[in-house]
Design a protein around this ligand. Structure first.
Ligand SMILES: [Zn+2]
Length: 300
């Protein structure tokens, strides 16, 4: 076995690692069967998903944007966390000096999970000057007018909302709840849209954690980590002494291997399948399906 994907050697490193950082991307959600609407072909009805994820789209048609997010909230609430989620949640329980940065929006923030791009389950005021935010809103539908986005269809049948030829009732601005703080702005999904900057408080919190000492290990899971700030965290982690371990189906491709420096690891595997095995020295063997019998909600 090449040293970069030697599980035994990795386990040795993991056993002696105290401060651990993880960065998770779309590949982790895709393993749960959740559409990530990234890249080409990210269509929702006849819209490019990337065009719906903007303040401009929300100003133009907040009801349409909310239907898109209402649908994603509903899908996300119905999705089972995959074994990689369970493994990361178990690592967070075992190691309080572990934090996970996620680029995915299908989970909610916690002390050990920092959501770089916000969360589908955060609601905030569309008026930036207001600053109102509500964490952990799981209402499904979010409001009565969004009920068409929260319908479960029998297997094989398509949700009418997803059929661009099926006319849907327009959701008007009046049907979307107003911000309870300023009474002016509309409530909007607490995700970072294109053209918006990341939450400074959240970034500052990550900085504080990073500066607390030497970093032993950084996981890069289900992401090519090419965009900022993801790429920046990898170089910062290296500067703090961390070894990098990449778990991604492409990780061992020829054009990716140049990133793997001596002492780093790369596993070209699906995280849902492989992460429980990689973390075994710390989290033990997860039961079949990855789920711990305890009150594990897989909040990662
Ligand atoms: Zn407000």
């Amino acid at each position: 076995m090449a040293p970069h994907n030697d599980v035994e050697a990795f386990h040795e490193v993991l056993r002696s690692s105290k401060r651990i950082l993880a960065l998770c991307g779309a590949g982790l959600s895709a393993s749960s069967g959740l559409p990530t609407f990234r890249g080409a072909g990210g269509l929702w009805r006849n819209y490019e998903a990337t065009q719906l994820a903007t303040m401009n789209a929300f100003r133009t048609d907040p009801g349409l944007v909310w239907l898109f997010y209402g649908y994603r909230r509903h899908m996300s609430l119905g999705a089972e966390p995959n074994p990689a989620h369970h493994a990361l949640a178990a690592l967070a329980r075992e190691n309080k000096d572990f934090i996970c940065l996620t680029q995915n929006v299908d989970n909610h923030p916690s002390d050990q999970l920092r959501t770089l791009h916000g969360s589908l389950f955060d609601i905030k005021c569309s008026n930036n000057a207001c600053g109102w935010i509500q964490h952990g809103n799981y209402d499904d539908p979010f409001c009565p007018a969004l009920a068409p986005a929260s319908v479960d269809m029998p297997p094989g049948e398509k949700l009418p909302l997803l059929d661009p030829y099926h006319r849907i009732k327009h959701v008007t601005e009046d049907e979307i709840p107003k911000c309870p703080s300023c009474n002016k702005g509309l409530q909007r999904p607490g995700v970072v849209w294109f053209g918006e900057s990341l939450d400074e408080m959240m970034l500052a919190g990550v900085d504080v954690w990073m500066k607390q000492g030497k970093l032993d290990l950084m996981f890069v899971i289900g992401t090519s980590a090419q965009v900022w700030p993801a790429a920046g965290y990898i170089s910062r982690a290296k500067a703090l002494g961390a070894r990098i371990v990449t778990v991604n189906p492409d990780a061992e491709n020829e054009d990716e291997m140049f990133k793997v420096k001596p002492g780093d690891f790369a596993f070209g595997k699906d995280a849902a399948e492989y992460l429980p095995l990689l973390l075994e020295p710390v989290i033990g063997k997860l039961p079949e399906g990855g789920k711990k019998p305890s009150k594990d909600k897989g909040s990662q």
